[in-house]
Design a protein around this ligand. Sequence first.
Ligand code: DHB
Ligand code: FE
Length: 304
Amino acid sequence: MSELDIHQLLDLVNTRQVEPGDERVRAITARIVGDLFQTIDEFDVNPDEFWAATKWLTRLGQADMIGLITAGLGFDRLLDIREDEADRAARRALGTPRAIEGPLYIAGAPLHQHEVKLDEGNEGKGQPLVMEGRVLDVHGNPVANALVDVWHCNELGRYSHFDPDQPDYNLRRRIQTNAEGAYRFRSFLPPGYAIPPNSPVSELFSLLGRHGNRPAHVHFLVSGAGKRALTTQINIPGDTFLDDDFAFATRDGLVVALEPVQSAAGYESLGVDRPFTRVRFDFRLQDALSEDEATPASRYDRAA
Ligand code: DHB
Ligand code: FE
């Protein structure tokens, strides 16, 4: 059996076995390897191309950027579409639409009661924003002591922790809602985001002839006792990339309305002292079917 054609080789790769292993991992690996064999054969991929691809994957991993390529290739949105379909199939009452977490969430942001100056340390960086609303269940009842974990990029489109020029937890906070389920925060309208230039990620996108821009957005991970943790985003209207998000993550129900507000009356505790833009938005959380569903956790923590 020393001479093999492609099909015999694939068969050997996929059937070798000295112990049971994991059935599911075996099946999925067999499918992926088979698909790649076929791709190499059909496109006549030569050795230099193959090894260039493995070098690129190595650099992608070394730069900790694997999580940055998945959104642009549609996988993050695919998983959300499948969760939506599972909800519909199970006839679960729907809450606020989910939207992708993205690769830039950091757990453990400073915790505040009811309201916070999310932009503390960034004063004067952009157009002032107050976002406020309530966390509700699917019946419209308030969720007291819910957690609204919020994060967005700075005025240059970069996220703290991943950007060495920002302090820890810059533009990242958790807000605990009051008895009425209410939260509010002050910040500024963030700009859009672009994938890091001169990176393995930007190399692929330029070879694909694609841009790597996301429209302006604010991220949320919202949770409350007995409620299903919700990962979502709001989008700011008017952005050039609203309908051309490289991560395919914008959704109709999540493009908020911007209200110009002239008087800061009622917002003194947030330190607002000039006209600002207000966004009112209520989050609706589904009922949790398990402890796991109710636990607010990043995608990697959840997978661990
Ligand atoms: C990516 C970046 C984001 O800010 C985001 O919200 C989603 C995805 C990314 O680089 O893949
Ligand atoms: Fe983002």
